[in-house]
Ligand binder design. Structure first.
Ligand code: SF4
Length: 91
């Protein structure tokens, strides 16, 4: 199994790099913390998981996370406790 021992693991949230969350209505959200569906990436009936996973939308989120461009991240990430723990802010 491939290890995720990268800077992303050390300083960032790994959710957009390793998993995807699908709500019961088919809406796809960034992670399981978004229980109210504040940031919907798509719907499973409209796009394949593979297409969404490799989409520019998802890639941009990953790049912004790696580059710590917090202002460009989804609203769910800005209010996430991952940030209040300063895992992204401290580099
Ligand atoms: S909301 Fe939090 S846990 Fe979910 S992807 Fe954003 S930073 Fe990670």
């Amino acid at each position: 199994m491939k290890s995720f021992s990268t800077n992303a693991q050390k300083d960032n949230c790994l959710m957009p790099f390793r998993e995807i969350s699908i709500k019961s209505n088919g809406d796809i959200v960034l992670c399981c913390y978004d229980i109210t569906g504040k940031f919907i990436l798509g719907n499973i009936e409209e796009i394949s998981l593979k297409s969404l996973w490799n989409s520019s939308k998802y890639q941009d989120i990953r790049k912004n996370m790696l580059n710590k461009h917090i202002d460009n991240l989804p609203i769910t990430c800005k209010g996430c406790r991952i940030f209040t723990n300063e895992r992204l802010i401290k580099a």
